[in-house]
Design a protein. Structure first.
Length: 308
């Protein structure tokens, strides 16, 4: 103890200087929007590289588990894309206009027809929602505001505001991207708002997270006169241009009619298990810029936007 006190006393000047430097940097970043953004962008690249190295080491010892999961996922996708009834199978082509020349070129290219993501069959080369595969290298789960880090960046075509989905359903939205890494706000974020629809009857609501259970969210703005059924499927509504319409969010796990409110309190079990999330896809809509411009001119806030 005496040695520790002696050490602190001997180097008290350096320690106080270091403490003041840290405090000044903290105040600068906290109170300056520009400095905060610059710090976030710079740290994102370095932290992403370190996390990528760590993930590579962990992946080496998890190859068997990952391969087994991929095998099960591929089996499920093949079962859904190619049902036993051959008469109900979809044509092996992209959903394009019936132009014989275009179809011939696509057939020669040998491209896959579609990817099934969260109940929504997305064309693999849809011009409205191009897909960019990515891997989760790090993420948080138990905080009020949770983020995920992906191993793709601006060099791969990532842009701020892109939606992120997985084979199971909706994951989140891009917050910031460096050259090779991207940080996204997940569904488990206090400011996340996603426009949703109950698939059975088309009822529209808004998904938000309370910051508690990472497996459940709330579906707000469902009128009390609407009939709800436990187990109903909840999907994206398509009201905003971030996510395609019909991507799975989860299923209704419970609902309560509170006497002082005109809306149901609906509890939704998420389709995505964020504790085991590995592979995701980034989606973007080409008409989004034009749509946002028109809505901004009209003074309309796009419903269901995942706020940063």
């Amino acid at each position: 103890m005496n040695n520790l006190l002696s050490f602190l006393f001997r180097y008290r000047g350096i320690l106080v200087f270091a403490l003041l430097e840290v405090a000044s940097l903290y105040l600068l970043i906290r109170n300056s929007t520009y400095q905060r953004a610059a710090f976030f962008n710079s740290s994102n690249a370095y932290i992403g590289q370190v996390l990528d190295w760590r993930t590579q080491v962990q992946d080496y010892f998890r190859l068997i588990e990952v391969n087994q999961g991929l095998m099960k996922e591929n089996a499920l996708l093949r079962e859904q894309l190619y049902p036993p009834d051959r008469s109900n199978r979809q044509a092996d082509s992209l959903p394009v206009s019936p132009d014989s020349l275009t179809q011939a070129r696509l057939a020669q290219a040998g491209r896959p027809d579609s990817l099934l993501l969260g109940l929504r069959q997305l064309p693999a080369h849809d011009p409205d929602y191009p897909l960019l595969p990515a891997r989760v290298v790090s993420g948080t789960l138990r905080r009020v505001d949770n983020y995920l880090t992906l191993n793709v960046g601006t060099a791969d075509g990532v842009k701020e505001g892109m939606g992120v989905v997985s084979a199971a359903g909706v994951v989140g939205r891009v917050k910031v991207a460096s050259e090779h890494y991207t940080t996204i706000t997940s569904v488990l974020h206090s400011k996340t708002r996603i426009s949703a629809r109950i698939q059975r009857d088309g009822t529209i609501g808004t998904i938000r997270w309370l910051g508690e259970d990472p497996t459940h969210v709330l579906l707000d703005e469902v009128p009390r006169q609407n009939k709800l059924v436990r187990g109903d499927t909840v999907v994206t509504s398509g009201y905003n241009a971030v996510f395609p319409e019909g991507v799975l969010i989860g299923t209704i796990d419970g609902f309560v009619k509170e006497p002082d409110k005109n809306f149901w309190t609906v509890r939704v079990k998420l389709a995505v298990d964020f504790s085991r999330l590995i592979y995701v896809y980034l989606v973007t809509s080409r008409p989004k810029v034009e749509r946002d411009t028109v809505e901004a001119r009209a003074g309309v806030l796009p419903e269901g936007e995942v706020k940063p």
